[in-house]
Design a protein around this ligand. Structure first.
Ligand SMILES: [Zn+2]
Length: 458
């Protein structure tokens, strides 16, 4: 999808959840109750790492008690998960907020060239997901410095806790990060999360699997202490709601709605997916899911499309438009939105996300054109013709708002907005919808023909 989404995926928010307060059932443990009562969110991120501080010096700040807790929890989590007891847990490091910020900046630089970051940023702007002046890299560095309280570093094989956490909250964060350490020994998280470049929605699904398991397994361990079981919960709607609503802070408060959604999606939706899995299979069977993971946010949102009747995304191939666009045009970036990204595109207000149910696959590209605005081209495939038509109708006012266009009254399914310099189009055909935005008017016919000539089962 975009670096912003990838960075979002790597944010995590795993609040302690007080089941007793919400269900009226017995509380977990005395200590957990005390900590839960503070209603502080424990945030975690699974980031790749560069070493910013002396591990030895930082480890000196980790208490003997905390290290002992880590060793005990590591074994308990492995036993509950049904994997071999893994020996010693990874080293534990304490970081300051400023160290965390430097780490994020370094990671962005390591993973993305300035040109790639700029292209991804402009794609988000083109979809209307962030404001035109949105400074993606700076924003995420600020956001992480504010939000991230803990993360597991799969490259350096260590757990990092924020130095502003109280000892109780440090212990709370441990279980979640220890689950990531177990996952890393199962699949090598760095490779698992980085294996779908330009398939951002598939990467979101993988992130949701690992974060959903981390939330669910650590919650299950707490539930077991009071004789309860995660899989016996009728649903996890309250937990998902708590995750979505618990993050606060001045940086997050000014985040676009899309950023806020993607920040919590892997945790809130991921725990729902893992809960649906656990209602069908034992914990030990989850290892097989890592060998054939869900491929879309749609499968996370609707777990039955992975667990019961497998519905994988349909392929979409975009054409090379270099031959129909002005000389010197080039594709700046190509990726996918997925059901979760498309729902954000269709968002009606800060409190009202859009509905992209029925999404079956998509692909978009941002083309840079010399001396003019970039062109956005996208094809979205739907389960039914009615859903394709409904999307075309719902997206029209979004496109008009994003580009300041006058509303049109279409005579049929095809919608075109045209001026002397740019053309915009939404065209459903069967179960697919073509979107073209900012196209030089002379390129319209060629671009449409090029897209629809691609083999597609519409
Ligand atoms: Zn996590």
């Amino acid at each position: 999808m975009t670096p912003s989404l990838e960075i979002c995926r790597e944010r995590a928010e795993c609040p302690r959840f007080d089941w007793a307060r919400r269900t009226g059932r017995p509380r977990l443990t005395a200590s957990a109750t005390t900590r839960s009562a503070r209603r502080l969110a424990t945030l975690s991120v699974a980031l790749l790492s560069v070493v910013l501080a002396s591990i030895a010096a930082a480890q000196a700040l980790v208490s003997v008690e905390l290290r002992a807790d880590a060793a005990r929890l590591f074994g308990e989590l492995a036993t509950l998960r049904g994997v071999p007891v893994p020996g010693s847990p990874p080293p534990l490091v304490i970081q300051s907020r400023e160290e965390r910020r430097r780490f994020v900046v370094a990671e962005l630089g390591r993973k993305y060239s300035p040109a790639r970051l700029d292209a991804e940023r402009r794609a988000l702007v083109a979809w209307g997901l962030v404001p035109a002046d949105f400074d993606l890299a700076t924003f995420y560095a600020d956001l992480l410095a504010e939000q991230a309280a803990a993360y597991y570093d799969p490259r350096a094989k260590r757990m990092v806790l924020a130095n502003w956490l109280t000892p109780d909250l440090q212990r709370d964060a441990l279980a979640h990060e220890l689950v990531h350490a177990l996952q890393d020994r199962l699949v090598a998280l760095d490779r698992f999360l980085g294996s779908a470049p330009d398939h951002g929605d598939e990467a979101v699904a993988r992130q949701a699997l690992i974060e959903g398991e981390a939330v669910a397994l650590s919650q299950d361990l707490a539930l077991h202490r009071s004789g309860r079981d995660f899989s016996a919960l009728p649903d996890v709607a309250d937990l998902a709601h708590a995750i979505r609503s618990s993050a606060t802070g001045p940086v997050l408060a000014r985040a676009p709605a899309f950023v806020r959604t993607m920040l919590t999606f892997p945790y809130a939706a991921g725990v729902g997916f893992v809960h649906a899995f656990r209602q069908r299979y034992p914990w030990a069977a989850l290892s097989a899911v890592y060998r054939d993971p869900p491929r879309s946010s749609a499968q996370i949102i609707h777990p039955e499309r992975y667990l019961d009747r497998r519905v994988d995304p349909l392929p979409v191939a975009l054409p090379d438009l270099a031959g129909v666009l002005p000389a010197g045009s080039r594709a700046a970036t190509e990726d996918e939105l997925g059901e979760i990204g498309l729902a954000e595109v269709l968002r009606r207000s800060p409190d009202e996300p859009g509905d992209a149910a029925g999404w079956r696959g998509d692909r978009y590209a941002l083309w840079d054109i010399p001396s003019r605005m970039p062109v956005l081209v996208a094809v979205i495939r739907w389960e039914t013709m009615d859903q394709a038509t409904a999307f075309a109708r719902a997206y029209a006012p979004v496109l008009e708002r994003t580009h300041g266009l006058s509303a049109t009254t279409p005579s049929g399914p095809l919608r075109i907005w045209s001026s002397a310099t740019a053309t915009y189009l939404i065209e459903p055909r069967g179960r697919a919808v073509l979107v073209l935005e900012g196209l030089p008017p002379t390129a319209l016919d060629g671009a449409r023909a090029a897209v629809w000539s691609k083999p597609m089962l519409y």
